[in-house]
Ligand binder design. Structure first.
Ligand code: SF4
Length: 354
């Protein structure tokens, strides 16, 4: 249930200025008797100069600044807490205008000199994957495009520069909030704004087939990541209820069509859980499942959450799993999820209510 601009007004909340594309800003300027070039100036203040308020937009006439402030909120999120050290993985807790909470994670890669922002797309999540803290209490609402872009802007202000990569792997299922997520992608990707390349933006899904089908038609060069976590329906359904709606055969068909239509390679996320999905036989089944089309696999040892009684496998078991995929020429990485000490790793984020 996306919240429309009208609903924001009914809730007595102004929509965020960060939810507007340049053409929408231009329309706003025109409607209010302002020349179109003002829109470009506003966009530049927002995404080129990272200003923290309308007052800082010095080359705009004061009446236009007042008009913007009357119609739009500048800060859709209030930063309440930052966990972790500068230069390492950090988790940011935000309060939204309606007092709901979300978390955003900054993941630096010092050797490459890059920063990745992991954004939330919903407050909570309806899918309730067993190993994930975000989905334990269901979904409360979708984030607006302005709130999602706001997460990235808060990080940009904190870093003092634009982040290099954005991954939609925080709280929520991005395809359940499809329109707002795609709008935020277009704003982040816009050449007059942050200009984050589409290939530097990753949208993840737990396997929502209609979302994969829509993205295949979108004409965007974003990366797609699919959480798989098991090579057969029985095992997958144990931890991912979404598998009951879109079982593996349907999911794999959608992925094959996506690859064919877009020529893009999908990354499959596979959390390794001791005695559940980590056997050599399951590695071989995974090879069979994925050999239809080119893809990548990220193997991630389980990050502990209180709600899930599971353990990560020992290193030897993980190495055997990894090598089985490698020998079958599937491009595979075995990585630890960054930030598990902060509860900022995959599946550990949650929305907290005040
Ligand atoms: S893993 Fe993703 S889809 Fe599953 S419950 Fe968590 S946030 Fe939702």
């Amino acid at each position: 249930m996306p919240i429309s601009e009208d609903q924001w007004f009914i809730m007595n909340l102004k929509p965020s200025i960060h939810g507007l594309l340049p053409e929408e800003l231009e329309a706003f300027c025109k409607q209010n008797g302002q020349p179109a070039f003002r829109a470009k100036q506003i966009f530049d203040w927002l995404y080129g100069k990272f200003v923290p308020s309308f007052d800082e937009m010095k080359n705009l006439p004061a009446p236009l600044r007042a008009l913007l402030a009357e119609h739009y909120s500048f800060q859709a999120l209030e930063k309440l807490e930052v966990s972790g050290e500068k230069g390492e993985t950090q988790k940011l807790l935000f309060k939204l205008s309606d007092k709901e909470m979300i978390e955003t994670v900054i993941i630096p890669a010092p050797r490459r000199g890059t920063n990745t922002v992991c954004v939330s797309s919903q407050v909570g999540c309806v899918y309730g994957c067993a190993f994930c803290a975000s989905g334990q209490k269901g979904v409360i609402r979708n984030l607006t495009a302005g709130e999602i872009v706001g997460e990235v802007m808060e990080v940009a202000r904190q870093l003092g520069e634009r982040p290099n990569n954005v991954v939609f792997m925080g709280i929520g299922e991005p395809f359940d909030n499809y329109d707002a997520v795609m709008k935020s992608v277009r704003i982040l990707n816009h050449p007059d704004g942050l200009n984050i390349g589409a290939r530097k933006i990753t949208v993840s899904t737990c396997g929502v087939v209609p979302g994969i089908e829509r993205l295949a038609e979108e004409g965007l060069q974003v990366e797609l990541s699919v959480s798989l976590h098991a090579p057969d329906n029985e095992t997958r359904s144990k931890t991912m209820p979404v598998n009951e709606t879109w079982p593996l055969a349907e999911l794999m068909d959608a992925c094959a069509n996506y690859t064919e239509k877009t020529n893009r390679i999908i990354t499959f996320e596979y959390t390794l859980i001791k005695d559940l999905n980590d056997s050599p036989e399951q590695a071989r089944e995974l090879v069979q499942l994925l050999r239809r089309f080119p893809c990548r696999v990220n193997l991630i040892p389980l990050s502990p959450v209180e709600e899930f009684d599971g353990e990560r496998p020992d290193s030897e078991t993980m190495q055997i799993f990894f090598q089985t995929l490698e020998k079958a020429h599937i491009n595979t990485t075995l990585r630890d999820s960054k930030g598990s000490n902060l509860k900022a790793a995959c599946g550990q984020l949650r929305s907290r209510r005040s």
